[in-house]
Design a protein around this ligand. Structure first.
Ligand code: HEC
Length: 125
């Protein structure tokens, strides 16, 4: 555990509630395989159409700002159910999104935390 924390401190890993880190990022843009999957999901679902290529907001709000306060549960509910009357579409019928919701959250949380410093990431080799 001490070793893991030391590793976390040097690479900027955010600790999730359980022991597993939420995401792992090096140099601000090299991420672990799951976080990479989250980025691919973001791209595939084209969330950027409304939230902007850099998550900083367009029609939809800045997710960089939102995820500082939104809980993971609230995030999942919003993506799953949408807020149809307010223009946020629902992705509950999209296996592509729902099967990767944890990874998508990890990627966006990393962006919101400022640990992932640019939207386009690469997988750690
Ligand atoms: C068609 C446009 C559109 C698309 C596509 C879209 N969103 Fe949204 N989203 C919105 C709008 C508009 C809101 C603001 C709703 C409101 O006012 O409560 C929103 C709100 C949200 C919120 C809540 C923010 C907050 O502060 O409460 C989250 C989280 C979110 N979107 C994530 C996503 C993700 C992840 C995707 C892709 C899987 C996505 N959105 C795709 C338009 C969109």
């Amino acid at each position: 555990m001490a070793g893991l924390l030391a590793f976390a401190a040097t690479t900027g890993i955010a600790q999730a509630q359980d022991k597993a880190p939420l995401y792992n990022v090096v140099d601000g843009y090299k991420v672990d395989a799951d976080t990479m999957k989250g980025f691919r999901t973001w791209r595939a679902a084209a969330c950027d159409r409304c939230h902007g290529a850099n998550q900083e907001g367009m029609v939809g709000p800045s997710l960089i700002a939102s995820l500082k306060t939104l809980t993971k549960e609230e995030f999942i509910t919003t993506v799953k159910m949408g807020r149809l009357e307010k223009g946020m579409q629902s992705f509950g019928n999209s296996p592509q999104v729902m099967d990767n919701i944890d990874q998508l959250y990890a990627y966006l949380k990393g962006r919101s935390d400022g640990a992932i410093t640019r939207a386009k990431v690469e997988e750690i080799k």
